[in-house]
Design a protein around this ligand. Structure first.
Ligand code: SOE
Length: 388
């Protein structure tokens, strides 16, 4: 069996989900090449050494340039904050490596355009990890829509609601700083529902939206506060939040459908509520990530008196990815979406064809985010820019 050396840049939340995916994928799927977990990379040597041992990497690097230069690494996985996606991805592409880059592709449209052009020149596999496409229920939703089971699609309605920064004493972490994160809820979680909209309904042609920041000042993050999520010490220095807490926008699709999007990280009780509903002429489909194994469907053609939303438990062997895991009803979780993404990535490397979402898909998402930002400033309907 062929192997491909993997180098992972970043070892926090996304680094852990990706590491788990590389460890698990060959145990549940036929993969060729199989991933060889060569090295994880991070600037702090003590932390990245510990992460390598904990997450199953053979070694570690403290400079991404050393990682991308290694002959025993053929795939570079970028799981860092958005402000380093461009430099690491360009270095990996320049070294002729295949690339998996976490979402969103970049912090700005200009960066995304440059990364897309570099990927096209490099002629390698270059994929963006919008992992929710690979929930079996989302894959089933796409099949139902593509097969015409709900007829002409008229409405897309999606929310992505979290509450992890609702406490004003939550410190000013990197996701709340524009120079590191690029944007707030817009690029972090609205990006997911934009990508899902593209996946299920196709291109978005114009948007009009708002961006709001409710908590504008937060305590600086210090070691004494125990890190992110713990109340800062009294009298601690504060800093300005420079990104949006929330965004809402309307969209028109090339298909003629209309869409509404809302994303916020200040919705108390909503831990990771990524949900969408699609209404067609002959039926509706509804998905909620917090009930990831279920898909709610409604078909107009059901017999009168028996019409109503029904819940499909998307764990049958006939459902996407499900046969690799457990018997029907033994449900999957968030981490399995990353295993599915890595499985498809490895298949793509074998075939010499980048699986969706490609960098072009990542650029298309970034263009919608950019259009929302511009429309929030002008209060006007705004078309996403093209790649040229
Ligand atoms: C934080 O909002 C976050 O970790 C996102 O960055 C991820 O993309 C999402 O899957 C879970 O929430």
């Amino acid at each position: 069996m062929a192997e491909i050396g993997v180098g992972l840049v970043g070892y926090k939340f996304m680094g852990r989900t990706h590491s788990n995916a590389y460890r698990q994928v060959g145990r549940f799927f036929e993969v060729d090449p199989a991933p060889r977990m060569r090295a994880v990379c991070g600037r702090d040597e003590a932390s990245v050494r510990a992460a390598a041992a904990q997450l199953g990497w053979e070694g570690y690097e403290t400079d991404y340039r050393a990682l991308v230069g290694r002959d025993d690494i053929g795939l570079v996985d970028v799981a860092t904050p958005g402000d380093s996606h461009r430099e690491v991805v360009l270095a990996a592409l320049d070294a002729g490596k295949h690339v998996l880059c976490e979402k969103p592709l970049a912090n700005t449209l200009a960066e995304a355009r440059e990364m897309l052009a570099a990927a096209e020149r490099a002629g390698v596999v270059a994929m963006v990890n919008f992992n929710y496409r690979r929930a079996p229920a989302v894959q089933l939703a796409r099949q139902l829509i593509a097969d015409g089971l709900i007829g002409e699609v008229r409405h897309w309605r999606a929310v992505y609601l979290q509450d992890w920064i609702n406490d004003p004493s939550f410190p000013l972490v990197w996701r709340l700083q524009k120079e590191k994160a690029g944007s707030g809820a817009l690029g972090d979680i609205a990006a997911h529902i934009v990508d899902l909209a593209h996946f299920l309904l196709g291109p978005i042609t114009e948007v009009v939206g708002t961006l709001d920041t409710f908590i504008r000042e937060r305590p600086l993050e210090t070691a004494s506060a125990g890190g992110a999520g713990l109340s800062a010490a009294a009298g601690q220095e504060t800093g300005q939040v420079t990104v949006d807490d929330a965004t809402s926008f309307l969209a028109r699709f090339a298909s003629g459908a209309t869409g509404t999007f809302e994303a916020t990280r200040l919705a108390p009780g909503r831990r990771n509520h990524n949900a969408f509903e699609v209404n067609g002429a002959k039926g509706s489909i509804s998905f909620d990530l917090e009930r990831m194994n279920e898909l709610e469907v409604y078909f107009e053609d059901d017999p009168a008196g028996l019409q109503g939303f029904r819940t499909i438990n998307v764990t049958e062997a006939v459902h996407p990815y499900a046969a690799a895991w457990w018997p029907a009803g033994h449900i999957l979780g968030y981490e399995h979406t990353f295993v599915h993404a890595v499985k498809d990535l490895l298949d793509g490397i074998k075939a010499g064809q980048t699986p969706a979402p490609t960098f072009a898909d990542g650029f298309r998402c970034q263009a919608v985010l950019d259009a929302v930002e511009r429309s929030a400033a002008t209060r006007a309907w705004t078309a996403p820019a093209g790649a040229e």
